[in-house]
Design a protein around this ligand. Structure first.
Ligand code: BG6
Length: 519
């Protein structure tokens, strides 16, 4: 078993990275810039190489130029103006490969063995599949049959979501992969787990004396998780219409964030101990038994035409690749129950959607009100205490409390402590993909999802999907540029709660994201 503290002593070097899908969007936007940041920060030494793989023919030089451009466009560090670029670019190689042909993999083995020698890599191989999941199985078989796994170092498989379409398809996929790789060699990416503030949830919870004792149903009224996006489905209509918001964001990112909020402290900070605790949370999720429960606790919506930043935008059904009668949800909100000793009775409200007014990710913990007897006689309405994890775009932690209004006039005012990490000068937070690539190369699987987590998440999602498939619940329409269906507001209102504004962006509400000043 790997101890995280020990892992920190090792860099991510001595790795031969195979990037399948090297001409695709993910490689361009995320992976190449991530390599360069790691290199610039000394986390990759000179003993590494990258083989870009895709069907399209490309020379090494052309490939390096693609990499340079992607870094220029998307990187935290720009390649052009610094001297290290040439040295870095020399580590990138390209091979055109038809993933269905075993001979191509045999040829790839030749190149891999050669680069292994040249860069003194010691046989460590990381296969990154930035490909459609239907291809994971056949690529794994060809890696094995092409002899690429016969190596004296370690080998790891990194795969992107979606991991399946439902539980049966995920099981099939997993079964194929597991014929070739052991579970501890499989790194399933959920890029939300690589985000700075998502990782910070654990630290804030377990390293502060004043949160953990209150972290339960005696003191917390509800937890709200919002992942809102302004984008529509862009050029991904074909994929998205098949998936929908629940599969695209709920099954993975949102349930993972629930586990981070709800898990018990692990006995040791080791990847398997942490993941064991997360699995216990997923096991405690209440599975909705019948369509009535789905109707009651889950709201689904689809955007109609509207306006974003003053410009008209089309309805989802008019987007490219989307059928004009599509019933796929672009929004969902749910009341999730974690039925265990700590959380019984505390709703976890989650919502996500495309074409909402702002791009943001926030987690709000709303604490229960104080018994109001002390201040009640003074006719003061106490606002609940809030602890907010701001994940995106601002990274920070926000705490809202009550204090005496300064001066002789008696009153209580909400005050805020607002720590904005991303506003600190000199903090240039690594991108999620930098951390994840680095962790995978170091063998730290903490922020990757284990098979049992994936399976349990599908189990939860599948029940909702089947109710939707039978069309036994409503599909609400919402105008692009608004906060989604009114039914999502009612979901909380029925319990006496409301969605707290994210980034102070809700129209017509008090902007509490800045410290409240007193008169
Ligand atoms: C992806 C989804 O997993 O996450 C996309 O497939 C979504 O639909 C994206 O846009 C959001 O990620 P981020 O990091 O921009 O919040």
């Amino acid at each position: 078993m790997t101890d995280i503290a020990e892992l920190n002593d090792y860099g991510a070097d001595r790795t031969l990275f195979f990037i399948f899908g090297a001409t695709g969007d993910l490689a361009r936007r995320k992976l190449f810039p991530a390599f360069y940041s790691l290199y610039r920060e000394g986390k990759l030494s000179d003993r590494f190489a990258v083989i870009g793989l895709a069907r399209r023919p490309r020379t090494n030089e052309q490939f390096r130029e693609d990499v340079r451009q992607s870094i220029q466009e998307f990187g935290r560090y720009k390649g052009e103006e610094d001297k290290q670029w040439e040295k870095f670019a020399d580590h990138f190689h390209y091979m055109s490969l038809d993933i269905n042909k075993l001979e191509a993999f045999q040829q790839l083995k030749g190149l891999a063995d050669k680069l292994d020698d040249t860069y003194d890599i010691g046989g460590n191989r990381l296969f990154y599949l930035a490909l459609a999941p239907e291809l994971f199985g056949s690529v794994s078989f060809n890696l094995r049959d092409g002899g690429l796994l016969e190596t004296k170092g370690w080998r790891r498989l990194v795969i992107e979501k979606p991991f399946g379409y439902d539980l049966p398809s995920a099981e099939k996929l997993n079964e194929q992969i597991r014929q070739v790789f052991n579970e501890d060699e499989v790194y399933r990416i959920d890029h939300y787990l690589g985000k700075e503030m998502v990782q910070n949830i654990e630290v804030v919870r377990f390293a502060n004396a004043f949160f953990e004792p209150l972290w339960n149903n005696k003191h917390i009224a509800n937890i709200q998780i919002t992942l809102s996006e302004t984008v529509g489905v862009e050029e991904r209509g074909g994929y998205y219409d098949h998936a929908g918001a629940l599969r695209d964001m709920g099954q993975n990112h949102m349930l993972q964030m629930i586990t981070m909020m709800a898990m018990e402290p692990p006995s040791r900070m080791e990847p398997e101990d942490i993941r064991d605790e997360k699995v216990k949370v997923l096991r405690s999720l209440r599975i909705f038994k019948d369509p009535e429960d789905v109707q009651k606790y889950v709201v689904r919506g689809q955007y109609s035409a509207g306006e974003m930043k003053g410009k008209p935008v089309p309805a989802y059904r008019s987007e490219e690749g989307v059928p004009s009668d599509s019933v796929t949800e672009t929004y969902f909100a749910a009341k999730v129950f974690v039925d265990n000793f700590r959380w019984a009775g505390v709703p976890f409200y989650i919502r996500t959607g495309k074409r909402l007014p702002v791009k943001t990710t926030e987690v709000v913990v709303e604490f229960k009100n104080m018994p109001e007897n002390v201040y009640f006689s003074r006719k003061t309405k106490l606002e609940p205490n809030l602890l907010v994890f701001r994940v995106n775009p601002t990274e920070g932690i926000y705490l809202k409390m009550n204090a005496k209004q300064p001066g002789s006039q008696w009153g209580i005012v909400p005050i805020a402590m607002d720590f904005c990490q991303s506003c600190e000068v000199g903090i240039n937070t690594p991108e999620a993909y930098e951390r994840l690539l680095y962790d995978a190369a170091r063998g730290d699987s903490t922020y990757f999802t284990r098979w049992d987590e994936v399976a349990l998440a599908w189990k939860f999602v599948d029940r909702i999907e089947s109710a939707w498939r039978e069309q036994s619940t409503d599909l609400h329409s919402y105008s692009a540029g608004t906060w989604g269906p009114e039914a999502a507001v009612q979901l909380l209102a029925k319990d006496g709660f409301k969605w707290w504004p994210v980034n102070g962006q809700h129209e017509g509400e008090v902007v509490w994201a800045t410290p409240v000043t007193t008169k």
